[in-house]
Ligand binder design. Structure first.
Ligand SMILES: Nc1ncnc2c1ncn2[C@@H]1O[C@H](COP(=O)(O)OP(=O)(O)OP(=O)(O)O)[C@@H](O)[C@H]1O
Ligand SMILES: O=C(O)C1=C[C@@H](O)[C@@H](O)[C@H](O)C1
Length: 287
């Protein structure tokens, strides 16, 4: 008999990148990764496929299925396939969305339900095992799973705060990729004292100011141009940042006010796509 399960989880944007201090903050966006899992009740391997990306590494999604099966003492073979609206390896948490949705689709296939935070932690463990993360990216994983804005302690895998927020989100996704596992960790740690200030702002719900401070600091540490951030400030946006380890940038914009920034970003001479979306406060899908 074939067991089938499906799910989706969200992409996300950064308020605080946790690599400097192991404390982070992120928001879920309305871009999704959809996952289908098919399992046979015989021991064997799990084979992953990424739609439109035949050369991408499937270790993360295969490991996510394996960890869920291991938790329930099951030894099945099968396939896991993903289809995504989130640009891969851009800083928009494609890995967190793939891991979360795979954990949930596997639970759906085997007819089990796990505590939400345990499901998130399983995806984080899969990301650590697959070598796609520096801190485990629990902040990104919570934003991708629960939606809204989250503040987290990545070291202790604790969700410190979650807030719902009705804002539009503008994304600038350059054509090139930037894998988190290849980021400059020692440079990121040099800005820790100032990232602590941004984290305090996020704890006080000053998300826009926290995000912009994070953006200037990480652009400095990792050598990214701040032109896209300055263009956002020029049109009155409060919250704009390099997302994760880049190269994408995201801006939090008041509802209906995204067009001015969209025009400005489209007219700058950096090649990439401008995507208009919004904060998703509903989170991942599971039945
Ligand atoms: N749709 C997907 N299906 C399966 N695996 C994926 C998918 N998207 C990303 N991954 C896995 O995640 C890896 C990219 O992880 P990485 O953390 O570098 O990107 P990101 O999550 O988009 O960036 P960031 O953590 O800075 O937001 C890919 O190499 C692949 O292994
Ligand atoms: O790999 C990691 O641990 C991280 C990567 C980026 O997305 C960061 O934004 C996140 O806070 C931590």
């Amino acid at each position: 008999m074939t067991l089938k399960g499906k799910s989706y989880a969200l992409g996300a944007g950064t308020i605080i990148n946790a690599i400097a201090t192991l404390k982070g903050s992120a928001f879920g966006v309305d871009l999704k990764t959809f996952v289908d899992v098919e399992l046979s009740e015989d021991s064997g391997t799990i084979h992953g496929e990424i739609d439109g990306n035949p050369d991408a590494d499937t270790t993360l999604i295969e490991r996510s299925v394996e960890l869920v099966l291991k938790h329930y003492g099951l030894e099945y073979s099968g396939t896991v396939s993903t289809k995504s609206e989130i640009p891969l390896a851009s800083g928009l948490k494609s890995s967190s969305a793939a891991a979360n949705a795979t954990v949930l689709a596997t639970l759906d296939a085997i007819g089990e339900r796990m505590d939400s935070l345990d499901a998130v932690r399983t995806g984080v463990q899969a990301a650590v095992d697959a070598g796609v993360t520096v801190t485990g990216a629990f902040d990104d994983a919570c934003a991708s799973f629960f939606g809204g804005i989250v503040v987290t302690d990545n070291e202790n895998l604790e969700l410190v705060k979650r807030t719902e927020c009705d804002k539009d989100v503008l994304i600038f996704a350059p054509d090139e990729k930037g894998f988190s596992s290849k980021t400059n960790i020692s440079r990121s740690k040099l800005i820790a004292d100032w990232i602590d200030i941004a984290y305090e702002l996020a704890l006080d719900r000053n998300y826009g100011r926290a995000m912009t401070l994070n953006g200037f600091l990480y652009c400095g540490a990792l050598g990214f141009d701040t032109e896209l951030m300055m263009r956002a400030l020029e049109v009155g946006v409060e919250g704009v940042s390099l997302s994760g380890t880049g190269p994408a940038f995201t801006a939090l914009v008041e509802k209906g006010k995204a067009n001015e920034l969209k025009k400005s970003w489209e007219n700058c001479n950096i090649t990439g796509n401008v995507i208009k979306t919004k904060i998703n406060n509903s989170g991942a899908f599971w039945e």
